[in-house]
Design a protein around this ligand. Sequence first.
Ligand SMILES: *Cc1c(COP(=O)(O)O)cnc(C)c1O
Length: 404
Amino acid sequence: MSAQTSARPQLAHLTAQLDELRRLGTFFKLRQLDDIQGPVCTYDGRKVINLASNNYLGLCNHPKLEEAAHRAITEHGVGSGAVRTIAGTMKIHMELEEKIAAFKNVEACVVFQSGFTANAGTVSSILGKEDFILSDELNHASIIDGARLSRAKIKVFRHKDVAHCEELLKEIENEPGKKLIITDGVFSMDGDIGPVDQLAKLAEKYGAIMMVDDAHASGVLGRNGRGSVDHFNMHGMVDVQVGTLSKAIGALGGYVCGSRDLIDFLYHRARPFLFSTSHPPSVAATCIAAFDILENEPERIERLWDNTRYFKQQLADAGFDIGGRSTPASETPIIPIILGEGRKTMDFSRELFAQGVMATGIAFPTVPEGKARIRIIMTSEHTRAELDQALEVLTSTAKRMAIL
Ligand SMILES: *Cc1c(COP(=O)(O)O)cnc(C)c1O
């Protein structure tokens, strides 16, 4: 058979939808990283200051993590060979789970292939169709997918609106089903912090299960990056804590922390755990080394927050809308620059790239219509000189494009 050269008519509806994206100016090509994920790196052959990655602490290429990965490959090979429940649980997988559980101050932990599968696999398995999920309207897609898979009834409360959440809880107070309150610890598009403390108290009052998705809080919030539960000092009040190993931790994976029974239950029932192969041993080793760094090099997290405070102040002084007017105010190293219109935002992002700054444009449907933005994520590894250079490009480009 000859190679396929053009789309067959069976998929013409996809081509039509892509044409529509092109018309709206939101069609994108994937940018290709030519070297390593760093504060300055090369995408599509162009050297840029990178303000777009989730590599908060620069761990993607930390020598100790690389060394741990190399050693694991030499000792254990490159693949695990099976799903965890069949033959694919290696000693190093168990070591990582014990390491995370101790770090998070909980009884037990289970690691999934990604944060996405951790959320989707957990929400879908701990609830059934008689149950209720109370979910912040800006929660991550993986929570929404997990909620749908569970077939539980989904009640969406207004962003961070604890009173609205309570109203919804009251409506279903006498229903027999279980109730789960779920929020992101840090919201990925605005960088604001979920009201974990108040929601956990609400969960306590109504006998609901409390769950937090700490993907952007892992390694960023709390002592040594222990997350939002530690940030609010709500230890013991949150039943299910999800985190990611793919962002600040610098590798790949997701985890769930909680009681021994919760974790044993997920071992038996979470579908991505049961039906998808476990991490290569090098990934587990990398993550173990990353938690050692969090414990031993807290100065990385301090640098991250120093850079964040500096950059936010400079952007605000320059006159950018960095949230807090028509959108929630950022409280973390995620810094949005709100432009509003999708096409203008994408054009600004492309122009910044041409001038040597990588900052991703995000438009509808990822954020609400009329709230398109450039999203900046600060890291501990950017130098002041790099940040000043990025600021200069941001302001001069914005002035040229009549954004400032
Ligand atoms: C990134 C993200 C995830 C998914 O994590 P991965 O490890 O990349 O799959 C889940 N929840 C939130 C809030 C996220 O930002």
